[in-house]
Design a protein around this ligand. Structure first.
Ligand SMILES: Cc1cc2nc3c(=O)[nH]c(=O)nc-3n(C[C@H](O)[C@H](O)[C@H](O)COP(=O)(O)O)c2cc1C
Length: 213
C-alpha cells in the first residue's frame, strides 16, 4: 500500500497537509521511476539506530566487492577502508565527535564501523602532476564509493550513516594512518532499527538549468 493510501485511512487534519503533500510527491516519484536500482536509490535513508544482529564477514565481502568495482578518476581507486572492530578504538573514535553530533552513539554502538580513508596524490594526477584546478579529486571518488556502499548496504537490509563532523586529525592518530592517507568519513552500519526520516529536498526545477544558468 502506498504511503498516501495509508494516510487516507486516517482522518487527515489541516496541520498534516504539508506531510501529506510530501508523501504524495514521494509516491509519485516512486511510481514514475519504479525499477529495483532506482527504488533502492529513492528509498535509502540515513539510519543511526540498529538492531543487535551482527553483520557477517560474508555480507561485508559483498559490500567490499561493490567498493572494488566503483568508478574513479582515471581508475585511480584511492580508497582505503578500516573495519574498526576493537571496542576501545571505537570509544576513542567516538570521543572525536562533538557530543551534539546525532551519530555520536552509533559510532560506538553500531554492529560495524568503517573508517573511509583516502590515499592522497592519486586521483586527478597524471605523472605525479595535478591536471586541473580541482587538484586532488579524492573527495569526489570517495563520495562515489561511499554512495555505492550505502546503496548496496540498503539493498541488503542494512542502514548506514556517513559521519563527517568529527576531529579528523585525532581520528587519523587513533587509526595509525600512514603518511599520505587521510580519514574522510566514519560509517556506522547495521540492520535497521528505524525507518529513517525523509528530509525536504530541493525540487528538480530549482537545480536543473537548460543551456545556461
Ligand atoms: C558527507 C556527509 C557527512 C555527513 N555527516 C554527518 C554527521 O557528522 N553526523 C550525522 O549524524 N549525519 C551526517 N550525515 C548525514 C546527513 O545528515 C544526511 O545524509 C542528510 O540529512 C540527508 O538524509 P538522507 O541520508 O536520509 O537522505 C552526513 C552525510 C554526508 C553525505
Amino acid at each position: 500500500m502506498t504511503r498516501i493510501n495509508q494516510l487516507v485511512k486516517f482522518n487527515i487534519k489541516p496541520e498534516h497537509y504539508e506531510g501529506v503533500k510530501a508523501a504524495l510527491i514521494e509516491d509519485k516519484k516512486e511510481e514514475d521511476n519504479m525499477n529495483p536500482t532506482i527504488e533502492t536509490m529513492m528509498q535509502r535513508r540515513t539510519i543511526r539506530r540498529y538492531t543487535d544482529q551482527p553483520v557477517t564477514n560474508e555480507t561485508m565481502e559483498k559490500l567490499y566487492n561493490v567498493i572494488e568495482g566503483t568508478q574513479s578518476w582515471g581508475n585511480t581507486q584511492c580508497w582505503e577502508i578500516v573495519d574498526v572492530q576493537d571496542k576501545k578504538l571505537r570509544k576513542q573514535l567516538q570521543a572525536t565527535l562533538p557530543p551534539k553530533n546525532p551519530s555520536y552513539k552509533a559510532i560506538a554502538d553500531a554492529p560495524r564501523l568503517l573508517a573511509v580513508c583516502a590515499r592522497k596524490g592519486r586521483s586527478g594526477y597524471i605523472e605525479d602532476k595535478i591536471v586541473n584546478k580541482h587538484g586532488d579529486w579524492y573527495m569526489y571518488d570517495l563520495g562515489l564509493m561511499t554512495q555505492n556502499l550505502c546503496l548496496a548496504a540498503h539493498s541488503l537490509g542494512l542502514g548506514t550513516v556517513v559521519v563527517g563532523w568529527y576531529d579528523l586529525e585525532e581520528a587519523e592518530r587513533i587509526l595509525n594512518c600512514p603518511d599520505g592517507v587521510e580519514v574522510v568519513t566514519l560509517i556506522p552500519m547495521g540492520y535497521r532499527a528505524q525507518k529513517g526520516h525523509v528530509p525536504t529536498h530541493r525540487p528538480v526545477a530549482d537545480f536543473v538549468h537548460t543551456n545556461t544558468f
